[in-house]
Design a protein around this ligand. Structure first.
Ligand SMILES: Cc1cc2nc3c(=O)[nH]c(=O)nc-3n(C[C@H](O)[C@H](O)[C@H](O)COP(=O)(O)OP(=O)(O)OC[C@H]3O[C@@H](n4cnc5c(N)ncnc54)[C@H](O)[C@@H]3O)c2cc1C
Length: 304
């Protein structure tokens, strides 16, 4: 039995764990993917104390510190939460069930999908949502990036260091990259911007062999070995919905100033919440995690 289970292995989760350890709250951290979104970036320049640091390095430091303070961390996906009297049961994909008095949901964001035929079939076989993680597998190959925003631009620039050719497919009227990034793309001979009406499907056999896009009235297949989808993200809140947490109209978990949700004993922190005036950054995610842990401490102290 735990006093607290933190569902996340991202910045908000580690922030919560570090504070929970300092409050001597017996807790378990369960995270599906180590590090969360920040592992996708090679350069962070707004985390105080470091002029520049990569996402994987910074999150490695968060995790080391949490472990040194005594955190028990396991890698697994939480599939379901049940409430039984005043306790919660947390069921994982690995088939284990844990009991706890309190939960902090720091579920973060997940990539928005294209929702076209071939996408799900080829995830990990050419389809990727993380250029930083997967670019090196496409050394000397032609790849496509789908998206018209800054994350698509950054992904393409990073991919340009490995791939032989990078085509960015963006929907007409949706090129919203900041001008400095557009400049960098123009200067890079390996990267081309291609306006289209949309992605129709992804093709392949055992791996991706091409992307089919709509141009004016015809669909055209462009041979590529990799497709990087960079069209934004959505809150990954399925298990919060399932237990009945209240959401706003965009699907973010509604939290009060103490990070409590509408369910007593369930707190939420980080990008997936309505907190911090919706400034979804490292600094606010870690802070929300800390506030949530502090609220659990206050609740336990008062014996509520
Ligand atoms: C490319 C990129 C660059 C960025 N650069 C910066 C930057 O320079 N500076 C900055 O301040 N911010 C930056 N951000 C934003 C920053 O990454 C986020 O604000 C921060 O990661 C949010 O942390 P989080 O813990 O709320 O969520 P996330 O980082 O999304 O972590 C969520 C965690 O919850 C886990 N999880 C989700 N569902 C389950 C489940 N059912 N069971 C178990 N575990 C689960 C996930 O696996 C993950 O470990 C960047 C984001 C991106 C995508």
């Amino acid at each position: 039995m735990y006093d607290l289970i933190i569902i996340s292995a991202g910045p908000a989760g580690f922030g919560a764990s570090i504070y929970a350890s300092r409050y001597k709250i017996k807790h378990l951290v369960i995270g599906k993917e180590f590090g969360g979104q920040i592992v996708k970036t090679s350069r962070i320049e707004n985390w105080p104390g470091f002029e520049s640091i990569s996402g994987p390095e910074l999150i490695g430091k968060f995790s080391d510190q949490a472990k040194k303070l005594g955190a028990e961390i396991i890698q697994d996906e939480v599939k379901k939460i049940f409430k039984q009297d005043n306790l919660f049961s947390v069921e994982t994909a690995g088939g284990v069930e844990y009991q706890t008095k309190n939960i902090i949901l720091a579920l973060g964001m997940k990539p928005r999908k294209l929702n076209v035929p071939g996408e799900d079939e080829f995830v990990g076989k050419g389809v990727s949502y993380c250029a930083i993680c997967d670019a090196m597998f496409f050394r000397g190959k032609d790849v496509a990036v789908v998206g018209g925003g800054d994350s698509a631009a950054k992904a393409a620039i990073h991919l340009g260091e490995f791939a032989s050719k990078v085509n960015i497919f963006y929907p007409e009227g949706k090129l919203i990259m900041e001008p400095a990034l557009q400049e960098k793309i123009k200067e890079n001979e390996k990267i081309d911007l291609c306006k289209c009406q949309g992605v129709v499907r992804l093709e392949g056999d055992s791996k991706v062999t091409g992307i089919v896009c709509k141009f004016k009235d015809e669909n055209k297949k462009i041979p590529v070995s990799g497709v990087f989808v960079e069209i934004g993200s959505v809150p990954g809140v399925e298990i919060a919905k399932q237990i009945g947490a209240e959401m706003d109209s965009e699907g973010y978990i509604i939290v009060k100033s103490d990070q409590n949700t509408n369910i007593s004993g369930i707190y939420a922190a980080g990008d997936a919440t309505t907190g911090s005036n919706k400034l979804r950054q490292l600094i606010t995610s870690v802070s929300e995690g800390a506030i949530a842990a502090s609220s659990v401490y206050q609740k336990n102290k008062l014996g509520n």
